[in-house]
Write a protein that binds this ligand. Sequence first.
Ligand code: FE2
Ligand code: FE2
Length: 181
Amino acid sequence: MSATDDLLQDHIFIRRLQAVIEKCYTLLYENKDVPFGDLVKIVDMIEQFVDQFHHGKEESSYFREAESKDHYSEEIRKFVIEHEFGRRIAKGARIHLEELLRGRDAREPLARYLKTYSVFILDHTSKEDRFFTDIKEKRSLSEKEEKDLKKEFERLKHECVRKSGNLVEVLQQLENAEWAR
Ligand SMILES: [Fe+2]
Ligand SMILES: [Fe+2]
């Protein structure tokens, strides 16, 4: 698999998380309960998989390589700004989750931040899907560049598993939770 395909695959995984997030904020808005443990898992997944792992891969290696090709730098600049926006929403979700865990009534603001994050995921990944597909079609990255990036992604994946455990399993647990079905 090429590095570009790897990032497109991540997007499919991230949109599965989006479906869980959507279910979660809908229930919170309806004043129904989602187990605290699962709320923690959702916010952890946002921070550890989407932000640190996936956006990390894009920012620390892929975008740097693509920046110099086919006038992609302007588009990349916008993606990085969107990542920063996503980070702020994730921070808001974390703050209100902590409040809720401390017994305060933070259900509404948590639902609102999760909804905003869900919209961010759909908007951002669809724009990047078009961008990555363009790179693939134009073969803007050489085979060697794709291979070297993929190697770096593997290293980052090992690092992520060591730090955060198996996040694929965590997403499966969330998808199979009673409330999410
Ligand atoms: Fe991105
Ligand atoms: Fe992405």
